[in-house]
Ligand binder design. Structure first.
Ligand SMILES: Cc1cc2nc3c(=O)[nH]c(=O)nc-3n(C[C@H](O)[C@H](O)[C@H](O)COP(=O)(O)O)c2cc1C
Length: 227
């Protein structure tokens, strides 16, 4: 596919399974796909290095302003089971974990607070974070990385979905998955099997898919030649 076509074809597809889909005995293809998508994420533009505190005593010591935590199919199902066992009301997230081939949890790394904003306790994300240009650019870069992943998945004909995360934001599941609460979840990216439609699952699209698209409603063509 031509790149324009891939970008236009990218769409939210929430694949909701009522029963858990079996895990393929061969996890190699999804591991490889996730690796390729991670390489695409790493190719996104970024303008500011993450704060050095994130690299201290941490294997994840990249200066990129985001982190990614990945789950293959087996781990999606194990997470599904844990959610059931803990009786966590995760709604559609559970249905999607029953169907997904992979899950990529993308966080961004907020700058330390410089003002007297009340610090959050360790059981919640540092929201609200400080409104400054660095944080804005961290989110912007992390969003570009996410978009690269979605475009890459679309190019591979894999239905995909950028979710805010629902219960995946909360401390119980974050602790279980080993995702520090000082990071802020920007997207839970679900990667579904190519043949999801044939498997008879409900596939929900994004409610805003066709809204606000008319160029004249958000573009002003600046013409200063006549001034
Ligand atoms: C930051 C972000 C968070 C999102 N979170 C959710 C979500 O939690 N639930 C949901 O149904 N859609 C979520 N979406 C997907 C949007 O609903 C979807 O992109 C929008 O309806 C446009 O549809 P499209 O992706 O098919 O173009 C999110 C999208 C973005 C960019």
């Amino acid at each position: 596919m031509h790149i324009d076509e891939i970008i236009k074809n990218r769409k939210t597809q929430k694949v909701l399974a009522n029963k858990v889909w079996p895990v393929s005995s061969n996890q190699k293809p999804i591991d490889q796909t996730i690796n390729e998508l991670l390489e695409l994420a790493a190719s996104a533009p970024y303008h500011r290095k993450s704060h050095k505190k994130y690299g201290k005593n941490n294997q994840l010591n990249s200066c990129l302003p985001w982190r990614c935590y990945t789950l293959d199919t087996e781990n999606c199902r194990l997470l599904f089971n844990y959610i059931e066992k803990q009786n966590i009301k995760a709604g559609k997230v559970s249905n999607m974990l029953a169907a997904a081939d992979g899950l990529m949890l993308m966080t961004w790394l907020p700058e330390p607070l410089t003002t007297n904003v009340k610090k959050q306790d360790k059981t919640s994300e540092p929201v609200p974070f400080e409104g400054n240009i660095k944080n804005m650019e961290h989110i912007a870069a992390s969003s570009a990385a996410i978009q690269n992943i979605l475009i890459g998945a679309t190019a591979r004909n894999l239905p995909n979905y950028w979710s805010s995360g629902g219960q995946l934001r909360n401390v119980t599941l974050r602790k279980f998955l080993g995702i520090p609460m000082k990071e802020i979840l920007l997207g839970a990216l679900f990667i579904f099997p190519e043949d999801s439609e044939q498997k008879g699952a409900i596939i929900k699209s994004g409610s805003l898919r066709h809204q606000g698209k008319e160029l004249d409603s958000w573009v002003k063509r600046v013409d200063i030649s006549l001034l």
